[in-house]
Design a protein around this ligand. Sequence first.
Ligand code: PMP
Length: 360
Amino acid sequence: MSIDKKIEQLIRDDVRAISAYPVPDSQGLLKLDAMENPYTWPEELKRIWLEKLRDVPINRYPDADARRLKMKLAANFGIPDDQALILGNGSDEIIQFVILALARPGAVVLAPEPTFVMYRNLAQAARIDFVGVPLNRDDFSLDTDAMLAAVEKHKPAVIFLARPNNPTGNLFDEEGVLQIIEAAPGLVVVDEAYHAFARETFLPRIADHDHLLVMRTLSKQGLAGLRLGFLAGRPEWIHEFDKLRLPYNIGSLTQASVEFILDHVDVLNDQATLIRQEREVLTADLRELDGVGVWPSAANFILIRTETRSGPEVFEALKEKGVLVKNLHGADPSLANCLRVTVSTPEENQTFLEALKAVL
Ligand code: PMP
């Protein structure tokens, strides 16, 4: 039998029908597509870090429970004492095991849309329904009434709320989120991937709602290459999710590196402050341009809409000029001609602006 026939016979129809998560080749391009932090660490800090890594016993499996790292994370991020943490190889992996644990027949995952695509993709991979509730069209704010109606109708096993939201960059209104939490019959995960740039959190509120969990990642703060995310919530939930976490999912180099940088967390926080400042500068500069609409952002990226040329055209023309942003045209009806650009260093932001001006 040909391999094509075997694939047809063996691989799930729904898997054959989808594409892998697209990661474009960024070689030689100014990479402003993935919300990475452009800054690295001071040389002296790097030297001490590398010294630490010398002694990491990579012939042994890592600490499967990452106990020391969890203690440090809890202390650093102010996780209340009676709450537990579970770590993921990026927060992507956390979304995956939360959904897997809830994937009973008929279970529904719900989120406003447009939002982070992995909520939908991973629900589909687990073969459960995903319900997307459109955000308000003009400013991408939460349509609280529509959300509450959908919660009532679908009784979702979990609601994901990215705060700030990706790709729109805005921070959903606190009151609306609270209403949704109160109405939710299942779990609510508030995804605070961009917390460092918004500095607003629902973390203290997990003590008030036993079905609320808060997720963070270190990816946007300069550690995207290490892959570390965490979920905080009641130990009873974490205990169940832990059964689906692959053993040793956090490598020893990641554990040692994150433990190290948490002892020097000012470095990361100072970088986030710089990026927040640059976000305001870049937003103001973009607003000066004719031919683009700009949404305010509480994250480390900015959503824009091209008005005089099509979004895909501008995306391609920017790439020709060596600048890679994210093309969102086609991702959702509300994102027609939209591009998302990561806030970078003043120099790189300027390069992007000049390229955009030339293209427009
Ligand atoms: N949540 C949101 C809202 C995101 O935008 C992203 C990354 N794009 C993630 C989670 C996943 O990040 P990571 O897997 O790197 O932790």
